[in-house]
Design a protein around this ligand. Structure first.
Ligand SMILES: NC(=O)c1ccc[n+]([C@@H]2O[C@H](COP(=O)([O-])OP(=O)(O)OC[C@H]3O[C@@H](n4cnc5c(N)ncnc54)[C@H](O)[C@@H]3O)[C@@H](O)[C@H]2O)c1
Length: 438
């Protein structure tokens, strides 16, 4: 049976490399429609948990993983391994490994490149490789293809596509199946195989003419968000000076039925995508002697937001007769966004770091992140979430709301806290001389 037939009959073994926020939901979806799936991750702890039917991502219930460990019931079988020597087994290999930035804010393609080399070691005729990690235009054709095509011919022996992931963790309105998926292939045959694969699991697949177009489409989506968030962040700072409520303004503008999409200001960008991806494009543009000025400006405004919040906190404390140095501050929320358990690039961490540098005593509460340990950017920062009680709220000189989790009871917090600085409009509609926007 050839590869297309195996895909169409859902007999192809699907290998998913990188079982994180992107890879794991894909595992579930492929299994759901009956494909057998072999998951690969270099993190042996994750592999062990998955093979025991346990989950390490809050919005992926362990029960769903446990079900997949039991064959039958119309679902595909799933197992996980950290043995990358088995990459030759699956017919399909989907790469979902991280694509961070280096310290110098340049693309760090170490994980993608290592994965490509590991695939190349066992690549055989009849395999389809799809890169889903967000990256600059050219990665699939310029980095992956030369590594993979050392001994085999692309489009004949094996197939190579790029198909960007559009996962939005915590968003319950969309599932993997209902989020349309863009696919670009190195050759027409590659594209045909890629479209065949994703059509099995996704309602709408959009083929584009090249892997570069698919790569750039993802960066356009995330740059669009970064630039528009920067715009409202700048307007928020202006509105505060003017004494106008930016959130009221946005709600009013939102009533326009065409030509406007609402974006909301906040404490700064967070997460694995929006603060990082636009810089992949900036870096690539430099090779073409081109400067992406919108991206640079948006980056400047957005990365200044934690400094702006800290400045506001300092001014508000000072108006109430307190210096920031020595003040006790309770930060609510260190996840990078509402209702998730992911603290990557979270603006809370930058804000906590800045507050501490200025002599404040900082505690945090986050119902989804019980403990924070250092990390690459803040190696010395180790904290445990303190309980949110009337006492802890009262004891703080100022409560700083950074992440607007649904679990918080905002009326109760407003009643107990002395001073509140709200970066998300979470206390909207509540009057009180002690609540301030930042
Ligand atoms: N998280 C999101 O919401 C989101 C959305 C769209 C796109 N993306 C993109 O998807 C990619 C993955 O992001 P994520 O959030 O799932 O990351 P993640 O850190 O949650 O997961 C990546 C996994 O890959 C594993 N890994 C690293 N190197 C490996 C290797 N050589 N072989 C096998 N496994 C390896 C890690 O152990 C980790 O479990 C990134 O490019 C990201 O930009 C993420």
């Amino acid at each position: 049976m050839d590869l297309l037939a195996k895909i169409n009959n859902r007999r192809a073994l699907v290998g998913i490399i990188g079982l994180g926020y992107v890879g794991l939901p894909l595992v579930l979806r492929f299994c759901e429609v009956g494909f057998p799936v072999l998951g690969f991750d270099t993190d042996a702890r994750k592999v062990d948990l998955l093979n025991r039917g346990e989950s390490y991502i809050k919005h992926i219930p362990a029960a769903r993983l446990a079900e997949l460990r039991q064959p039958g019931g119309g679902q595909g079988r799933f197992s996980a391994t950290s043995d990358l020597g088995r990459l030759g087994e699956p017919e399909v290999l989907i790469i979902c490994v991280p694509t961070p930035l280096t310290r110098m804010r340049e693309p760090d393609l170490r994980y993608v490149e290592n994965t490509a080399r590991q695939i190349a070691a066992t690549l055989r005729p009849g395999q389809l490789v799809s890169l889903e990690s967000t990256t600059y235009p050219g990665t699939t054709a310029e980095l992956l293809l030369p590594i993979l095509s050392a001994t085999l011919r692309v489009g004949q022996d094996f197939y190579l596509v790029f198909s960007p992931e559009r996962e939005d963790p915590g968003n319950t309105r969309f599932q993997v199946r209902t989020i349309p998926k863009v696919v670009g292939g190195i050759t027409p045959a590659c594209l045909e195989h890629g479209v065949a694969l994703y059509s099995q699991v996704i309602d709408r697949v959009i083929p584009v003419s090249s892997t570069q177009a698919a790569e750039l489409s993802k960066l356009l989506e995330n740059t669009y968000r970064a630039v528009n968030i920067a715009l409202v962040n700048e307007l928020k700072m202006l509105c505060l000076r003017m004494g106008v409520d930016i959130f009221e303004v946005i709600e009013a503008s939102k009533t326009k039925p065409f030509g406007f999409q609402a974006f909301y200001p906040g404490p700064g960008l967070g997460g694995h995508c929006i603060p990082i991806d636009p810089f992949y494009l900036t870096w690539k543009a430099r090779q073409y002697d081109f400067s992406t000025r919108f991206i640079e400006l948006a980056g400047e405004i957005n990365s200044n937001m934690p400094y702006f919040v800290v400045q506001r906190v300092m001014e508000i404390l000072s108006k109430h007769g307190k210096a920031l140095s020595g003040a006790s501050i309770l930060v609510l929320g260190i996840a990078y966004k509402k209702d998730v358990d992911d603290d990557r690039e979270s603006p809370s961490l930058k804000i906590i770091d800045l507050l501490r540098q200025r002599g404040a005593k900082v505690d945090y509460n986050d119902p989804h992140i019980p403990r924070y340990i250092g990390g690459r950017h803040y190696p010395g920062l180790e904290m445990t979430s303190i309980p949110l009680t009337a006492e802890t709220l009262k004891e703080a000189d100022l409560v700083l709301l950074v992440t607007d989790h649904s679990a918080y009871d905002y009326h109760w917090i407003a009643a107990e806290a002395k001073l509140i600085v709200d970066t998300r409009n979470a206390f909207k509609g509540q009057s009180g001389e002690h609540i301030f926007v930042a």
